[in-house]
Ligand binder design. Structure first.
Ligand code: PAF
Length: 288
Protein backbone atom coordinates (compact mmCIF):
# COMPACT_ATOMS: atom_id res chain seq x y z
CA UNK A 1 0.00 0.00 0.00
CA UNK A 2 1.41 3.39 -0.97
CA UNK A 3 1.16 5.92 1.85
CA UNK A 4 -0.64 9.22 1.35
CA UNK A 5 2.01 11.90 0.88
CA UNK A 6 1.19 15.20 2.56
CA UNK A 7 3.41 18.20 1.81
CA UNK A 8 1.36 21.04 3.27
CA UNK A 9 -0.52 21.57 6.53
CA UNK A 10 -3.81 21.32 4.62
CA UNK A 11 -2.83 18.01 3.00
CA UNK A 12 -1.71 16.74 6.39
CA UNK A 13 -5.04 17.67 8.00
CA UNK A 14 -6.93 15.86 5.21
CA UNK A 15 -4.67 12.81 5.47
CA UNK A 16 -5.14 12.69 9.26
CA UNK A 17 -8.92 12.56 8.75
CA UNK A 18 -8.52 9.62 6.36
CA UNK A 19 -6.86 7.52 9.10
CA UNK A 20 -9.53 6.60 11.65
CA UNK A 21 -8.65 5.83 15.28
CA UNK A 22 -5.37 6.39 17.08
CA UNK A 23 -2.22 7.55 15.31
CA UNK A 24 1.47 6.90 15.99
CA UNK A 25 4.11 9.26 14.56
CA UNK A 26 7.70 8.38 13.69
CA UNK A 27 9.61 11.64 13.15
CA UNK A 28 12.64 11.20 10.84
CA UNK A 29 15.02 13.14 8.65
CA UNK A 30 14.68 10.53 5.89
CA UNK A 31 17.54 8.40 4.54
CA UNK A 32 15.55 5.60 6.10
CA UNK A 33 17.26 2.35 7.11
CA UNK A 34 16.31 -0.80 8.99
CA UNK A 35 16.50 1.10 12.31
CA UNK A 36 13.77 3.47 11.16
CA UNK A 37 11.71 0.53 9.90
CA UNK A 38 11.86 -1.03 13.36
CA UNK A 39 10.46 2.25 14.77
CA UNK A 40 7.64 2.09 12.22
CA UNK A 41 6.83 -1.51 13.18
CA UNK A 42 6.76 -0.44 16.82
CA UNK A 43 4.41 2.40 15.84
CA UNK A 44 2.17 -0.06 13.94
CA UNK A 45 1.84 -2.17 17.09
CA UNK A 46 0.89 0.87 19.18
CA UNK A 47 -1.84 2.58 17.15
CA UNK A 48 -4.44 2.13 14.42
CA UNK A 49 -2.53 4.29 11.93
CA UNK A 50 1.10 5.28 11.38
CA UNK A 51 2.49 8.58 10.12
CA UNK A 52 6.16 9.15 9.29
CA UNK A 53 7.54 12.66 8.97
CA UNK A 54 10.53 13.31 6.72
CA UNK A 55 12.16 16.68 7.24
CA UNK A 56 15.85 17.59 7.42
CA UNK A 57 15.58 20.24 10.10
CA UNK A 58 18.01 23.12 9.48
CA UNK A 59 17.55 24.37 13.07
CA UNK A 60 19.38 21.38 14.56
CA UNK A 61 22.52 21.63 12.39
CA UNK A 62 25.35 23.93 13.49
CA UNK A 63 27.63 25.92 11.18
CA UNK A 64 30.03 23.54 9.44
CA UNK A 65 27.83 20.50 10.11
CA UNK A 66 26.44 18.24 7.38
CA UNK A 67 23.04 19.90 6.62
CA UNK A 68 23.84 20.37 2.92
CA UNK A 69 25.29 16.92 2.35
CA UNK A 70 22.78 15.09 4.60
CA UNK A 71 21.45 12.22 2.42
CA UNK A 72 18.08 12.93 0.80
CA UNK A 73 16.52 9.77 -0.65
CA UNK A 74 12.82 10.58 -0.80
CA UNK A 75 11.68 7.99 -3.39
CA UNK A 76 13.43 5.14 -1.55
CA UNK A 77 12.05 6.43 1.76
CA UNK A 78 8.45 6.34 0.51
CA UNK A 79 9.02 2.81 -0.86
CA UNK A 80 10.35 1.73 2.55
CA UNK A 81 7.33 3.28 4.28
CA UNK A 82 5.04 1.41 1.88
CA UNK A 83 6.74 -1.89 2.77
CA UNK A 84 5.86 -1.56 6.46
CA UNK A 85 2.34 -0.26 5.88
CA UNK A 86 2.78 3.40 6.82
CA UNK A 87 -0.45 5.33 6.19
CA UNK A 88 0.80 8.91 5.89
CA UNK A 89 4.16 10.43 4.97
CA UNK A 90 4.38 14.07 6.03
CA UNK A 91 7.17 15.65 3.98
CA UNK A 92 6.97 19.42 4.45
CA UNK A 93 9.26 21.87 2.70
CA UNK A 94 11.28 24.34 4.75
CA UNK A 95 8.67 27.03 4.03
CA UNK A 96 5.87 24.87 5.37
CA UNK A 97 7.75 24.19 8.62
CA UNK A 98 9.27 27.67 8.98
CA UNK A 99 7.11 30.16 7.02
CA UNK A 100 8.95 32.92 8.87
CA UNK A 101 12.31 33.00 10.65
CA UNK A 102 11.32 31.54 14.06
CA UNK A 103 11.42 33.99 16.97
CA UNK A 104 10.17 31.69 19.70
CA UNK A 105 12.09 28.45 20.05
CA UNK A 106 12.68 25.89 22.79
CA UNK A 107 15.67 25.81 25.14
CA UNK A 108 16.83 22.35 26.05
CA UNK A 109 18.25 23.56 29.39
CA UNK A 110 21.21 22.10 31.28
CA UNK A 111 20.54 18.58 30.01
CA UNK A 112 20.86 19.84 26.43
CA UNK A 113 24.30 21.36 26.91
CA UNK A 114 26.14 18.29 28.23
CA UNK A 115 27.58 15.23 26.43
CA UNK A 116 26.40 15.49 22.76
CA UNK A 117 25.09 19.00 23.48
CA UNK A 118 28.58 20.12 24.56
CA UNK A 119 29.96 19.13 21.13
CA UNK A 120 26.97 20.49 19.20
CA UNK A 121 25.84 23.76 20.79
CA UNK A 122 22.20 24.56 19.91
CA UNK A 123 21.58 21.13 18.39
CA UNK A 124 19.09 19.98 21.01
CA UNK A 125 17.27 23.35 21.07
CA UNK A 126 16.65 23.00 17.31
CA UNK A 127 15.72 19.33 17.65
CA UNK A 128 13.18 19.97 20.43
CA UNK A 129 11.69 22.93 18.55
CA UNK A 130 11.00 20.85 15.44
CA UNK A 131 9.74 17.84 17.40
CA UNK A 132 7.23 20.02 19.26
CA UNK A 133 6.14 21.58 15.95
CA UNK A 134 5.71 18.13 14.39
CA UNK A 135 3.70 16.94 17.41
CA UNK A 136 1.49 20.05 17.16
CA UNK A 137 0.96 19.58 13.42
CA UNK A 138 0.36 15.82 13.35
CA UNK A 139 -1.28 15.51 16.81
CA UNK A 140 -0.41 11.83 17.26
CA UNK A 141 -1.40 9.75 20.30
CA UNK A 142 2.04 8.12 20.38
CA UNK A 143 5.45 9.14 19.02
CA UNK A 144 8.27 6.63 18.56
CA UNK A 145 12.00 7.51 18.73
CA UNK A 146 15.18 5.40 18.59
CA UNK A 147 17.24 4.68 21.70
CA UNK A 148 20.27 5.13 19.42
CA UNK A 149 19.82 8.88 20.10
CA UNK A 150 19.49 8.32 23.84
CA UNK A 151 20.02 11.94 24.90
CA UNK A 152 17.52 13.13 22.29
CA UNK A 153 14.98 10.62 23.61
CA UNK A 154 15.60 11.66 27.24
CA UNK A 155 15.17 15.35 26.29
CA UNK A 156 11.95 14.67 24.38
CA UNK A 157 10.55 12.79 27.39
CA UNK A 158 11.54 15.75 29.56
CA UNK A 159 9.97 18.29 27.17
CA UNK A 160 6.71 16.32 27.12
CA UNK A 161 6.68 16.17 30.93
CA UNK A 162 7.74 19.79 31.50
CA UNK A 163 5.37 21.28 28.89
CA UNK A 164 2.44 18.85 29.37
CA UNK A 165 2.47 17.77 25.74
CA UNK A 166 -0.43 15.32 25.29
CA UNK A 167 1.45 12.42 23.64
CA UNK A 168 2.95 9.13 24.77
CA UNK A 169 6.66 8.83 23.98
CA UNK A 170 7.98 5.36 23.16
CA UNK A 171 11.66 4.42 22.79
CA UNK A 172 12.72 1.52 20.55
CA UNK A 173 16.04 -0.38 20.77
CA UNK A 174 19.03 0.37 18.54
CA UNK A 175 19.35 -1.85 15.48
CA UNK A 176 22.90 -3.01 14.68
CA UNK A 177 24.73 -4.59 11.75
CA UNK A 178 25.88 -8.17 12.48
CA UNK A 179 29.35 -6.81 13.34
CA UNK A 180 27.94 -4.38 15.91
CA UNK A 181 27.87 -1.07 14.01
CA UNK A 182 24.73 0.85 15.02
CA UNK A 183 22.57 1.72 12.02
CA UNK A 184 22.69 5.43 11.20
CA UNK A 185 21.85 7.50 8.13
CA UNK A 186 25.41 8.87 8.43
CA UNK A 187 26.98 5.41 7.94
CA UNK A 188 26.59 5.92 4.19
CA UNK A 189 29.30 8.60 4.36
CA UNK A 190 31.88 6.00 5.48
CA UNK A 191 34.46 4.46 3.14
CA UNK A 192 35.16 0.75 3.82
CA UNK A 193 38.32 1.69 5.79
CA UNK A 194 36.47 4.32 7.82
CA UNK A 195 33.71 1.85 8.55
CA UNK A 196 36.28 -0.59 9.93
CA UNK A 197 37.63 2.08 12.27
CA UNK A 198 34.09 3.11 13.27
CA UNK A 199 33.45 -0.38 14.65
CA UNK A 200 35.56 0.65 17.66
CA UNK A 201 32.58 2.62 18.99
CA UNK A 202 30.33 -0.43 19.37
CA UNK A 203 33.31 -2.55 20.49
CA UNK A 204 34.01 -0.03 23.26
CA UNK A 205 30.39 -0.16 24.40
CA UNK A 206 30.43 -3.97 24.32
CA UNK A 207 33.59 -4.02 26.45
CA UNK A 208 32.01 -1.62 28.95
CA UNK A 209 28.74 -3.55 29.07
CA UNK A 210 30.60 -6.85 29.58
CA UNK A 211 32.58 -5.29 32.43
CA UNK A 212 29.36 -4.00 34.03
CA UNK A 213 27.72 -7.43 33.66
CA UNK A 214 30.74 -8.93 35.46
CA UNK A 215 30.18 -6.56 38.39
CA UNK A 216 32.64 -3.77 37.55
CA UNK A 217 31.98 -0.24 38.85
CA UNK A 218 31.85 2.98 36.79
CA UNK A 219 35.63 3.54 36.65
CA UNK A 220 36.37 0.00 35.47
CA UNK A 221 33.50 0.11 32.95
CA UNK A 222 34.90 3.32 31.48
CA UNK A 223 38.43 1.89 31.56
CA UNK A 224 37.40 -1.20 29.59
CA UNK A 225 35.64 0.91 26.97
CA UNK A 226 38.50 3.45 26.77
CA UNK A 227 41.02 0.73 25.89
CA UNK A 228 39.08 -0.07 22.69
CA UNK A 229 38.90 3.61 21.72
CA UNK A 230 42.64 4.08 22.30
CA UNK A 231 43.39 1.27 19.85
CA UNK A 232 41.14 2.86 17.23
CA UNK A 233 42.69 6.30 17.77
CA UNK A 234 45.98 4.78 16.60
CA UNK A 235 44.38 3.04 13.57
CA UNK A 236 44.45 4.22 9.95
CA UNK A 237 42.17 6.07 9.31
CA UNK A 238 42.03 7.08 12.98
CA UNK A 239 39.04 7.54 15.23
CA UNK A 240 39.06 10.95 16.89
CA UNK A 241 37.17 10.24 20.11
CA UNK A 242 34.78 12.99 21.17
CA UNK A 243 33.42 11.68 24.46
CA UNK A 244 32.96 8.49 26.44
CA UNK A 245 30.68 8.91 29.45
CA UNK A 246 28.60 6.91 31.86
CA UNK A 247 25.47 8.88 32.60
CA UNK A 248 22.14 8.73 34.36
CA UNK A 249 19.58 7.69 31.68
CA UNK A 250 17.03 10.34 32.66
CA UNK A 251 19.27 13.38 33.24
CA UNK A 252 22.44 12.63 31.26
CA UNK A 253 24.58 13.79 34.19
CA UNK A 254 27.67 11.66 34.77
CA UNK A 255 27.23 9.01 37.45
CA UNK A 256 29.41 9.00 40.57
CA UNK A 257 32.05 6.32 41.20
CA UNK A 258 29.77 4.52 43.70
CA UNK A 259 26.67 4.59 41.44
CA UNK A 260 24.48 1.48 41.30
CA UNK A 261 21.43 0.96 39.08
CA UNK A 262 20.66 1.85 35.48
CA UNK A 263 23.12 3.93 33.45
CA UNK A 264 23.87 4.70 29.82
CA UNK A 265 27.38 4.31 28.42
CA UNK A 266 27.53 6.84 25.57
CA UNK A 267 30.30 7.38 23.05
CA UNK A 268 30.96 9.66 20.10
CA UNK A 269 33.83 10.12 17.71
CA UNK A 270 34.77 11.36 14.30
CA UNK A 271 36.08 9.14 11.50
CA UNK A 272 37.17 11.24 8.53
CA UNK A 273 34.47 13.91 8.24
CA UNK A 274 31.77 11.80 9.87
CA UNK A 275 30.55 12.31 13.44
CA UNK A 276 29.12 9.08 14.86
CA UNK A 277 27.40 8.39 18.16
CA UNK A 278 26.35 5.21 19.93
CA UNK A 279 25.29 4.10 23.40
CA UNK A 280 24.27 1.09 25.42
CA UNK A 281 22.01 0.91 28.45
CA UNK A 282 23.49 -1.07 31.35
CA UNK A 283 22.98 -1.95 35.01
CA UNK A 284 25.66 -1.21 37.56
CA UNK A 285 25.56 -3.52 40.56
CA UNK A 286 26.34 -2.55 44.16
CA UNK A 287 29.25 -4.91 44.85
CA UNK A 288 32.22 -3.21 43.19
O1 PAF B 1 16.35 11.73 15.11
C1 PAF B 1 16.08 12.45 14.12
O2 PAF B 1 16.09 11.99 12.98
C2 PAF B 1 15.79 13.93 14.31
O3 PAF B 1 16.55 14.45 15.33
C3 PAF B 1 14.29 14.22 14.56
C4 PAF B 1 13.80 13.59 15.87
C5 PAF B 1 13.48 13.69 13.39
C6 PAF B 1 14.06 15.73 14.65
O4 PAF B 1 14.48 16.38 13.50
Amino acid sequence: MTPVIARTREELAAARKSVPGTLALVPTMGALHEGHLSLMREARARADGVAVSIFVNPLQFGPGEDFDRYPRTFEDDVAACARVGVDVVFAPTRDVMYPAEPQVTLKSGPMGSVVEGASRPGHFDGMLTVVLKLLNLVRPDVAVFGEKDAQQLALIRRMVADLNVPVEIVGAPTVREPDGLALSSRNRYLSPDERRTALALSRALRAGADAAAAGAGPDAVLGAARAELAAAAAAEPPLEPDYLVLVDPATFTEVTADHAGPAVLAVAGRVGATHLIDNVPLQLTKEH
